[in-house]
Design a protein around this ligand. Sequence first.
Ligand code: HEM
Ligand code: HEM
Length: 430
Amino acid sequence: MIKMSPPARSLIFGVVFFLFLSIFSFSTTNAHSCTEGFLSEAKRRNLVATFCKRYQESNGVEIAMKLKEKPRRLDIMVGAMLEEGTGWLAWGLNPGPEARMVGTQALIGIKNKSNLLWDTYNITTYTKFGCQLLPSPIDLNISNFNFSYIDYLQYHVIKATIVLDPLKYDVSRLNHVWQVGVDVDAVGKEPKMHAKALRNYDSTETINLMTGKGRGNRVHTSNLIRQVHGVLNIIGWGTLLPIGVLIARNFREYPLPCSGWKSYHISCQSVGYIVGSAGWAVGIWLGKASKYYSFPKHGIFGICIFTFATLQMLFLKLKPDDESKCRDYRNMFHHVLGYSLLVVSCINIVKGLRIMYLDENYWVPAYFGVAGCLAFIFLVFEIVSWFNFLCDKFQLRVLCDKDTANDEANSKKVSRDDGKVQPSDTPKNN
Ligand code: HEM
Ligand code: HEM
């Protein structure tokens, strides 16, 4: 049985409670029914019998389809709000076993500065590796294909009729893929790479046209696991670890001596490490579960964070004697690694929020609020510490009242040769 100090227990309780609250405050849906405007436009074109969906978290693309059984004729209308200037909208079917980009037989509408163009494109592995994507015949029987702008909706819309080959396309497991991009080449026939965020990668679905039900390309069915990953990481690496560092730096002796600093520091770092590692493990699982895309920088930073933190935990056990030179090296290593960990964690959290496009809502300001508060407290303590240090060093008696409570703390520290103590000094008895 693991024995925990009371602060550790209350910290764990707090974390679990916060997690519980945050998980249930997230929304988990991805596809919604269409917006009223798009639905009425689809109805006007006699198109909604089978399904009409808005993919809120996938660039807000809306898709309406109608299947006519004999012959197997599929009418589609795909709409999205494109950015000002240039842009492109793509939709296609993938005859392969899975809904993914490579292998998609796509219809792409391109908006360049002066006009609208549309054509068919065969998306291959070469496209994924960055080769030009140019118009080509595709393996779909298409008619009435056009790309237009609906003024009152401010939507660009692809419309087409496809006769499905029963040998290649199973209407109960139809893989459809869509995408939105911004850049096109000067002539306007070549769409350039889309953005690399989840809202671009989650844009595939295998649908059952008989029931209208669909499933994305991920192993997990909702965003909940990603959100749990984010929350665990923010609490573990982004909140508890910095609080632990604050405690060790400022409550040890200077400027606010607190006898229990060590147990608070160890509790914060241990709980932070456990929660953060759990979040990291979920991230690794998520990375493995997404077969066709990855976030390499976020992943590498994540691995560095976990490695640094594990080294810190291991070094906790390594305690050379007080007089040994190794003691100084160990302390230096502990400090450098600790501060690097905080910086890399902060960067990776922001990267994670960007991947999920949470930087457009309250998440990034909320995280910056927490990080900013911690940084502010840190700064205030630093200023106080350095002020006291300078008072000591240069005997600025006019500025510094020597009879303050700090005298007690200062008198403890006349351990150095010159009798002066720097705020960054590390006592030997930690
Ligand atoms: C214009 C040229 C394009 C380029 C250079 C390109 C490149 C890429 C790359 C490199 C990835 C994977 C990123 C990773 O492995 O981390 C990707 C993913 C993806 N792309 Fe594209 N893409 C292009 C056009 C399209 C089009 C037209 C569509 C839709 C019809 C599309 C749909 C997707 C989807 C759904 C993913 C997620 C992974 C998957 O399902 O395979 N892309 N793209
Ligand atoms: C310091 C904190 C963080 C660490 C150490 C971390 C670690 C990781 C790792 C190792 C991966 C796997 C990468 C891959 O193989 O492609 C990952 C994926 C991911 N992380 Fe993080 N992460 C952190 C913060 C965040 C935050 C704050 C969010 C957003 C709320 C987030 C969102 C994601 C998402 C969406 C994925 C990809 C999921 C997928 O592939 O479906 N991460 N993370």
